[in-house]
Design a protein around this ligand. Structure first.
Ligand code: ADP
Ligand code: MG
Length: 220
């Protein structure tokens, strides 16, 4: 039996009285890219945040490589997330005062990787996404497409089990979107990661291995 990179079983989440995610069950395997699609307000981002352990579900269970999120203490869970998950959001979400390479190596430094190997791996990750030549630029001074490439480098530099991406191309034009998504898929597959990607772009969804559609908080 193989263990899924990510398994959600009957996961529900509510804001106050409103159930935003209802009994979601799905898994994502190594090298698999799964899209989450649905209208605005359907619960896509909430489902992603719950799946990534950023918020705890009100009921149901989540496991990554067989480890249950709720088996971990709060501090161990934070460390577990840093080591096993990579995150990409719509607007890069890098620290503008830091250079691109400093942003990327931060993902490693936070889990105790020493300065020099962290720098080397960060440079290699920037090279993988085609922007090694921009490593010393402050992230506040590069284009949107370059920023999202750097965000991908940061999300994969520690070779996570799962990469979570929430509309990572939402702020990009078509040509940049296509390229950024291709890079995300290539790197994740090369590393054996699973990818869970929220998108409203049909073309991007069609390029994924599988599509989960959510409506009113429910997978359909
Ligand atoms: N912090 C919050 N407090 C209360 N309701 C929220 C909050 N965030 C999102 N919601 C509600 O949850 C529902 C799903 O939101 P979201 O997951 O962001 O949808 P999507 O990403 O599909 O657009 C929406 O009805 C939204 O208004
Ligand atoms: Mg959203």
């Amino acid at each position: 039996m193989t263990t899924a990179q990510l398994q959600a079983s009957d996961v529900s989440f509510r804001y106050g009285e409103e159930w935003t995610v209802r009994e979601a069950t799905f898994s994502v395997e190594s090298r698999e890219v799964v899209a989450i699609c649905g209208r605005s307000g359907a619960g896509k981002s909430t489902l992603l945040h719950v799946a990534a352990g950023l918020v705890a579900p009100d009921s149901g269970a989540l496991t990554c490589r067989g480890v249950g999120y709720d088996e971990l203490s709060e501090s161990r869970r934070a460390d577990f997330r840093l080591r096993n998950f990579g995150l990409v959001f719509q607007f890069g979400d890098l620290i503008p005062e830091l250079t691109l390479v400093e942003n990327v190596e931060l993902a490693l430094r936070l889990t105790g990787t020493r300065k020099r190997p962290a720098r080397e791996r960060a440079m290699a990750a920037l090279d993988q996404v085609g922007i090694a030549h921009l490593a010393a630029k402050q992230s506040g001074s590069v284009s949107g497409g370059e920023l999202q490439r750097a965000a991908i480098a940061r999300a994969v530099v520690h070779e996570p089990a799962v990469v979570f991406a929430d509309e990572p191309t939402g702020a990009l034009d078509d040509k940049n979107s296509e390229r950024v998504v291709e890079l995300l898929f290539d790197v994740a597959r090369a590393q054996g990661a699973a990818v869970l990607l929220v998108t409203h772009d049909r073309q991007i969804a069609a390029a994924c291995d599988r599509i989960l559609t959510i409506a009113d908080g429910q997978l359909v």
